[in-house]
Design a protein around this ligand. Sequence first.
Ligand code: ADP
Ligand code: MG
Length: 327
Amino acid sequence: MGEFDLIARYFTRPARPDGAVALGVGDDCALLAPTPGMQLAISSDMLVEGRHFFADVDPDALGHKALAVNLSDLAACGARPLAFTLALSLPRVDEAWLEGFSRGMWALADAHGCELVGGDTTQGPLNICITVFGEVPPGQALLRSGARPGDDIYVSGNLGDARLALEALLGHTPLPADVLARARQRLERPTPRVALGLALRGVASSAMDVSDGLLGDLSHILKASGVGARIDTHITSKLIAASAYPSSAGALFDAELIRQCTLAGGDDYELAFTAPPTQRDAVAAASQASSTPVTRIGTVLVTPGLQLVDAQGQPVDKRYASFDHFR
Ligand code: ADP
Ligand code: MG
């Protein structure tokens, strides 16, 4: 199978007449027709074999994740997904792999009405780069720079399970099979919080998605906003779903491992955001409207820096380093 057959077979579908895509795959450029007056929100994420995923990962899950991590960035900005491009470097034409990869990708694309409109396909080490395009009304994008002293800090969903799965798969932490299976879902099939991001427009003062670990990502908000924060670690430690599974019996993991996973785990793809206390009802309404749980985990402070406290309000005197490719 040649390059163009491959594109036609796995990455081309009939255009949706009603959508924002005026011209899809097949010409030199795709043409998008965003709603008049809207701003385009654009983000790229690259997944590299051996760096972001294991070589033998289920291709269906990989197709899902490659798009999910991009949709997560749109969610963090409160943007509605429109379309995406896919630049793919493949070692060889493996039809079973392409079949699985495209199935996982299409399923998530369909769930969000986000159309594949173009890309590039070359031979080389397995590497997947997706660029997503979304739209947001001017002035309503959720930015990192809007957190103000006194704001509440929230995070959606669960934290730390993806990292726990990674630790188990690397052979560092033994896990019961059912606990690993569920944690692994979080690592391999993250849920982009698109509906929550949309519902938080006009409610959150700042937002970002948690991809490299809560504290590291939060520090980007703090820096961009010129503020500090206090985080309640006894609350964040409860956000790891695995410790609540019956077979974990609540006692499988030590408190330090849980803190490492929840505070600096990475691959969570949840939204971390801030909102003034006057917006608590509105945050609850956004959570309900998007069927996405959110938890209040701390407070924005005037003093720069991150303070971690325990259930007694005592400082937690430890550093939790987030993922950094070049460190
Ligand atoms: P060009 O030579 O103009 O760069 P290509 O020959 O690379 O175009 O691609 C032909 C068409 O197929 C273009 O419309 C391009 O956007 C699309 N395409 C290439 N690779 C992919 C892919 N992996 N997924 C979706 N569309 C693709
Ligand atoms: Mg090309």
